[in-house]
Write a protein that binds this ligand. Structure first.
Ligand SMILES: [Mn+2]
Length: 317
């Protein structure tokens, strides 16, 4: 059932002992939404704990520094930024079919929760949560503001992607006025700072950028073996996908990352008008029109051919 702010407020004010689930391969938005919501619940006297199937990458320490929360038997389950229960990873076994409230901004949301607060055109789950907190009149602490700002900044590619709403800019402006948030430091950490291994990997990976379909498709595939050779963790490849559409004339870019279990996580980016969410849906995935993903297992070259065929069809439409 889809609900509005009023029902979401009533629900939050009456819930207790909340577990907040963030999606696997956590990003700035789900971490910001999780820890921001934890602060908001604390303001209204409700304890909560943030969980994730994967560890939170260390570069998000400035958000996770408040701690995941104490141990308790949860009475309420809230999912943030999760369009599909599958994205809960190992927590799907525990909380699958038991999510009481989902707060999300993915138009592809599967409506799996008891109640879903969906703003399909919001930049980030953090934008929805900020507006909800404002609606509720809850005090937003500086840490909470930092979390929510980071989610909006990261999901909008630093206010660069099409998904960036006027509201996202307004929220950033409100935050600049009201809180002492170091936007420059956050964005430098989120977008510019890289390890030496990462810079070297970028150089190496650019060598591997492969043009297909007369240059309209660019594929970048990184195997586990390459990651091992460079001593780099899969999480450090976050943010690589946009690199694929820096190539001139490219319409669609795909970053393929091999997980430890051999499954390739494929992150699609659209340079302009091709809807990559629609392409990913034909491959069992989803996402946004300009940034989407799917997961495929099998031989790397076969997967590349499958992806190429799917993109070729989309280009012909
Ligand atoms: Mn998001």
């Amino acid at each position: 059932m889809f609900i509005g702010f009023s029902e979401a407020e009533t629900f939050l004010r009456n819930c207790r002992d909340v577990v907040i689930i963030t999606h696997q391969s956590p990003d700035g938005d789900c971490i910001g939404a999780g820890f921001g919501l934890k602060d908001i619940l604390a303001e209204i006297g409700i304890r909560s704990r943030v969980v994730c199937s994967d560890p939170f990458p260390t570069r998000y320490d400035f958000m996770t520094c408040t701690g995941a929360g104490e141990e308790f038997e949860p009475k309420t389950v809230i999912a943030v930024d999760i369009a599909d229960e599958k994205l809960m990873g190992r927590y799907q076994e525990i909380y699958g079919g038991k999510v009481n409230l989902c707060i999300d901004h993915h138009i592809s949301n599967k409506n799996y929760a008891e109640r879903t607060l969906l703003r399909g055109h919001a930049t980030a789950a953090c934008e929805v949560i900020y507006d909800l907190a404002k609606y509720m009149g809850v005090t937003i602490t500086p840490h909470c503001a930092t979390c929510l700002y980071t989610g909006i900044a990261t999901d909008s590619g630093c206010f660069k992607y099409d998904c960036t709403t006027p509201r996202a800019h307004e929220i950033a402006a409100e935050m600049k006025r009201c809180y002492d948030i170091n936007f420059a430091r956050i964005n430098r950490y989120m977008f510019d700072v890289k390890s030496l291994g990462r810079l070297k990997l970028e150089a190496k990976v650019v060598e591997l950028l492969e043009e297909r379909l007369d240059g309209k498709l660019a594929i970048l595939a990184v195997t586990q073996e390459m990651m091992e050779q460079l001593g780099i963790a899969m999480e450090e490849l976050e943010g690589f996908a946009p690199l694929t559409i820096q190539l001139e004339n490219t319409e669609v870019g795909i970053l393929m990352r091999e997980r430890e279990d051999g499954v390739f996580k494929c992150s699609f980016r659209s340079a302009d008008s091709i809807n990559v969410s629609a392409i990913c849906q034909t491959l069992g995935g989803g996402g946004h029109a300009k940034a989407a993903g799917c997961q495929l297992s099998g031989d790397m070259e076969t997967i590349k051919d499958t992806l190429t065929e799917a993109v070729r069809k989309a280009l012909e439409e």
